[in-house]
Design a protein around this ligand. Structure first.
Ligand code: AHN
Ligand code: ZN
Length: 331
């Protein structure tokens, strides 16, 4: 263990093999889609991803410093290990907007760690401590389930990890579960400070799990489980990685998922990809459910008590997961 920065202490632990978790989502009944192009990619099992989402939600809200957060972090680390990844656990005490020290953990699962050509896949695994967009004022300070906001992206990446463990890709792949993304300044606080969101990815970008870490590109999954989700071309993704957006959206269309991946520009969203772009120079895109018809740009249940399993749809998980698998296995 190495202490690095006075405020944030960093511990890098490495573990290989061992740990397993008894209950798990497994393969069953999703009808495989016939791809337009031939592909070497394995079939993404939506039932399996759905179970990984439900398993996270079952711990309760994964708010940093809570018991559910600790337990869920242990679960995710065990799952990455079970799926054959080389696991890195990065611990840091990160300062929230209100001065609270968050005991945060970024978890990284690496495949083909020796290869220099790599792709980074990431999602945040914490859930928001507030429901500050809830229509009922009595709910504003309640933590939420974060079934879509948090758990969905991680659920898709766990199923991708399971597939990577069964069939090695030709390139290196790193799956990064970022902590403390969603502890940003709540709406009910006036005081403005920059950079209060994405604390885990900010820390990782300054202290990557591997010295001088680099990847060809990064794909962030955020809110990828909602029924009828629509993914627009996000502004910062286009600025940093337009060819990657193009490739992913056209792959999705070829697979028959054009109703989810919309060929139109969405807004500019502050999210984990921003710090991966600015801090590490890795061109990165954000696949995020964007609704041009709501005031926030997000789904109606975003940052409310309604962000629960009722909104999670296997078809959306499948569209995102299969698209990302196709990208990985055709590099
Ligand atoms: C802001 O709300 C500033 N950005 C959206 C990032 C986010 C929050 N993603 C999920 N929750
Ligand atoms: Zn959020």
């Amino acid at each position: 263990m190495v202490k690095l920065i006075p405020l944030c202490s960093l511990f890098l632990l490495m573990a290989c093999g061992s740990a397993g978790s008894p209950e798990q989502g497994t393969t069953t009944t999703t009808t495989p889609q016939t791809p337009v192009t031939t592909s070497k990619a394995p079939t993404f099992e939506a039932d399996s991803a759905y179970t990984y989402v439900a398993n996270q939600v079952a711990f309760g809200p994964r708010v940093p410093n809570s018991k559910a957060h600790k337990q869920c972090g242990d679960y995710l680390a065990a799952e990455l290990t079970r799926f054959g990844a080389q696991l890195y656990v990065q611990e840091a005490n990160l300062k929230a907007y209100d001065g609270t020290l968050l005991e945060a953990r970024n978890l990284i699962g690496s495949y083909n760690p020796e290869l220099s050509k790599r792709v980074l896949l990431f999602a945040h695994w914490d859930s928001r401590p507030y429901s500050d967009h809830d229509p009922d004022p009595a709910n504003l300070r309640k933590p939420l389930d974060g079934a879509d906001d948090g758990a969905s992206g991680v659920g898709v990446l766990l199923e991708i990890a399971r597939q990577l463990g069964q069939q090695a890709p030709n390139i290196g792949v790193d799956i990064l579960f970022c902590d403390a993304e969603d502890y940003g300044t709540p709406e009910f606080v006036d005081d403005y400070q920059p950079d209060t969101w994405c604390l885990g990815s900010q820390f990782w970008a300054k202290n990557p799990h591997v010295k001088n870490y680099k990847a060809e590109f990064g794909i962030l999954l955020d809110m990828v489980g909602g029924k009828g989700a629509t993914f627009f071309r996000e502004f910062q993704s286009m600025r940093s990685a337009a060819p990657i957006v193009q490739m992913v959206w056209s792959k999705a269309r070829d697979l028959g998922y054009g109703k989810f991946f919309i060929n139109a520009d969405g807004g500019a969203i502050t999210d984990d990809h921003q710090y991966v772009i600015s801090g590490r120079g890795i061109p990165s895109i954000d696949i995020i459910n964007y609704d041009p018809d709501t005031e926030t740009g997000f789904a109606s249940y975003w940052h409310t008590q309604k962000d629960n399993m009722d909104n999670i749809d296997r078809e959306t998980l499948k569209a995102v997961g299969q698209t990302v698998l196709e990208v990985i296995y055709n590099q």
